[in-house]
Ligand binder design. Sequence first.
Ligand code: A3P
Length: 328
Amino acid sequence: KHGVLDQQQEEGESLTSTLPRREGWWKPFFLFQGCWLTPEALESATVVQAEFRPRADDVILATYPKCGTTWLKALAFTVANRSRHAVTAHDHPVLARHPQDLVPFLELPYRQLHPLHPVAELEALPSPRLLCTHLPRASLPPRPGGAAAKLGCRVVYLCRDPKDVLVSTWHYMNNVPGGFHIDLHTAFEFFCHGVSLYGPFWDHCRGYWKESLEQPERVLFLKYDEMMAHPTEHVGTLAEFLGVPFTEEEESGCVAEEVVRLCSFDNLKNLPVNATGVSDRIGGLPMKNSSYFRAGKVGDWRNYLTEGMEAKLDCIVEENLRGSGLSF
Ligand code: A3P
């Protein structure tokens, strides 16, 4: 057992020594396949690439961090499992478990929590699997025997106005225990240079956006801001994509509205399981369960960014997305 661990560690060290590196956030970041990762995320990404085998009927919830992963996990879990768990049931899993724990990450937890093969646990899950990832499109492995460039399963991608992403990330990172603090101006500059966890933000969105245009039946591309404006319609779209559209009976019973209510920010934020306690889901980084529920608003960035910052970030994002048809 120790031999394998030592070997993994050595491989990780030799990889980081060859990659571009930036200091500044709470750890050094390494540029791997065009994406900035912590050493742990890097190690995990390489394990996923080497070992994760997508299945045709998998659905992966892919997000850039702080774009609403927690919300999407709760919604997708509730929609996908409503034949087993009635949305209004008093013992619904969403009432008892943190949404982060309802849908497993591909690349988490890291080796510290699960010493050998975290991917083996995913292998043991029955089909159809609902999984989650922050990895960029280019880093997802293909199906065994499938073409390297071909997506091995279906994906629901969620993104968000980058100004809200930055502000949300900044708050979250400053909640990292151990005295880590970064001022907003520094975080802003890093983000504008593309140096944020799983960044650059625009490359992350663009990879999945491109795929959603080429294969709309395989990638459902969602925006937090639009989901907040029209949640019921989006829950309907999600149900169709997951292969479990709402029946007429469910429609007349307002089940989609019930899903929205169960998974709403105010409802989730106030549940004891989400409002209290600390969990280490990443490995070595215990976070308050409540830190996934902050403001839950569109446009909260207006309370933090100056007009100059707004103009600069908008311009950078626009430039980097030019020609793609995607905008925020
Ligand atoms: P804010 O920091 O702007 O409030 P992630 O889950 O990807 O880490 O994203 C976290 C962001 O989603 C936070 O944004 C959080 O408040 C918000 N969020 C969490 N649950 C939500 C929900 N049920 N509805 C809407 N937003 C939610």
